[in-house]
Design a protein around this ligand. Structure first.
Ligand code: AMP
Length: 178
């Protein structure tokens, strides 16, 4: 995955001092690398056992949309946006949480997923996993099951998997940690 790693840029002290921001814009501007990234993020979720198929992909605003939509197309299921507070137009469920650099609230439409859905949650970076866990709570509150998480980058030094011990987590590249 050197092709992908080489196109993830570290930006120090963004959005605030002490944070090393993983900038994926160089990757997005390279069509071959982006294609490789989407393939790698979708691969573990293709050809599921009968009964365990993914029925929806939920992407977390905003970079989760960039990866989530093409992954949903690969798996041939619908895409559901999980958005920041106040952005969704229809009836929504909200969940507040803490992430690497501050508190936040995300929302999902009440009719986006439901009983019988097995939802794959997609984002670019898994840091503390606060966002991911909040997204899983929303999916559960809407009556659906979380099939797992697919992220491009896992920040191993923040041990995000400890918060997601109950879930299957697939990442393409891991920075830091053991
Ligand atoms: P967390 O809830 O701490 O796992 O943070 C994950 C969310 O915040 C994702 O939506 C990421 O896009 C963003 N994020 C957190 N930390 C970083 C980072 N170091 N570089 C880029 N994005 C980050």
């Amino acid at each position: 995955m050197d092709l992908i790693c080489d196109l993830i840029r570290d930006v120090e002290d963004f959005p605030e001092p002490g944070i090393v921001f993983k900038d994926i814009t160089p990757l997005l501007s390279d069509p071959d690398a982006f294609e490789t990234a989407i393939e790698a993020m979708a691969a573990p979720w293709l050809n599921a056992e009968p009964g365990n198929e993914i029925t929806k992909v939920a992407g977390i605003e905003s970079r989760g949309f960039v990866f989530g939509v093409p992954i949903a197309q690969r798996i041939s299921v619908g895409f559901v946006p999980i958005r920041k507070e106040g952005k969704l137009p229809f009836d929504s469920i909200a969940q507040s949480y803490l992430r690497e650099y501050g508190p936040d609230t995300i929302e999902i439409h009440t009719d986006a997923v439901g009983v019988g859905d097995r939802v794959l949650i997609v984002d670019d970076v898994l840091a503390t996993a606060g966002t991911a866990l909040a997204a899983a709570t929303l999916i559960g509150a809407a009556g659906a099951t979380v099939a797992g998480f697919s992220v491009l980058i896992e920040l191993g030094s923040l041990a995000p998997r400890s918060l997601l011990a109950d879930f299957t987590v697939e990442s393409v590249v891991v920075f830091g940690g053991d």
